[in-house]
Design a protein around this ligand. Structure first.
Ligand SMILES: N[C@@H](CCC(=O)N[C@@H](CS)C(=O)NCC(=O)O)C(=O)O
Length: 218
């Protein structure tokens, strides 16, 4: 399999963690979003959404990180990343979409560029935008998990799954923007359990082949 991605991308990070958890080897294809690599005709022939990640599995191309995780989970069920009951799957998808669908779209370079170039926000203003939306996303996540009996060692019971991968991706981006994590003890306890695992460690930005040697992570 080939994973089209870029070391900095938290959206790609989710796909990497899923591949690693399932022990699936993959080849990295570097798509530098900062240089406009997603905008080339060649890349858009592969992914008309013009974003990373994209996963190529033979003739099949899957885009969108959550679709990639679910595709991998159906094709390679061990270990499972979604619960086997429909209520559990709905809860895991809801938590995952709360992060990936509601918070992450406010953060990528295409949004930061509009803030800076069209709305004349300086660097501090752009950073504040990202910081505040990540904090709000974390508050929503904490509220979804805290006090719900379905929450266990991980987001859903005591089994690691897709929602935990999404949780780790928002914590990762919170490090970039310097969010105070003290108000989110449920979220951070789950994150601490995740990052002990090599699958998460291996997916960190600083451990990617295209990371500059002096990049130490956020
Ligand atoms: N919802 C998508 C988001 C993908 C996304 O926004 N990726 C960013 C990189 S982190 C990207 O490709 N940006 C390039 C661009 O917007 O031109 C997912 O979860 O895969």
């Amino acid at each position: 399999m080939k994973l089209y991605g870029f070391y900095q991308s938290s959206n790609v990070y989710r796909a990497r963690v899923a591949l690693n958890l399932k022990g699936l080897p993959y080849e990295d294809v570097i798509v530098n979003v900062l240089n406009g690599d997603t905008k080339t005709a060649e890349y858009q022939a592969l992914n008309p959404q013009a974003k990373i990640p994209a996963l190529q599995d033979g003739e099949v191309v899957v885009t969108q990180s959550l679709a990639i995780i679910e595709y991998l989970d159906e094709k390679f069920p061990d270990p499972p990343l979604l619960p086997d009951d429909s209520v559990g799957r709905a809860r895991v998808r809801s938590i995952s979409m709360g992060i990936v669908g509601d918070t992450f779209p406010l953060l990528p370079s295409r949004i930061r560029n509009v803030l800076a170039n069209e709305l004349q926000q300086d660097e501090a203003g752009v950073r504040r935008w990202c910081h505040d939306w990540v904090c709000r996303g974390l508050a929503t996540l904490e509220a979804s998990l805290l006090g719900d009996p379905a929450t266990g060692m991980y987001c859903h019971g005591d089994t690691l799954g897709m929602a935990d991968i999404c949780l780790a991706s928002i914590i990762r981006v919170s490090h970039r923007y310097g969010c105070d994590l003290a108000p989110f003890p449920t979220v951070t306890a789950i994150y601490d359990r995740c990052v002990e695992m090599p699958a998460f460690e291996k997916a960190l930005a600083q451990n990617q082949v295209d990371a500059p040697p002096d990049f130490k992570g956020w």
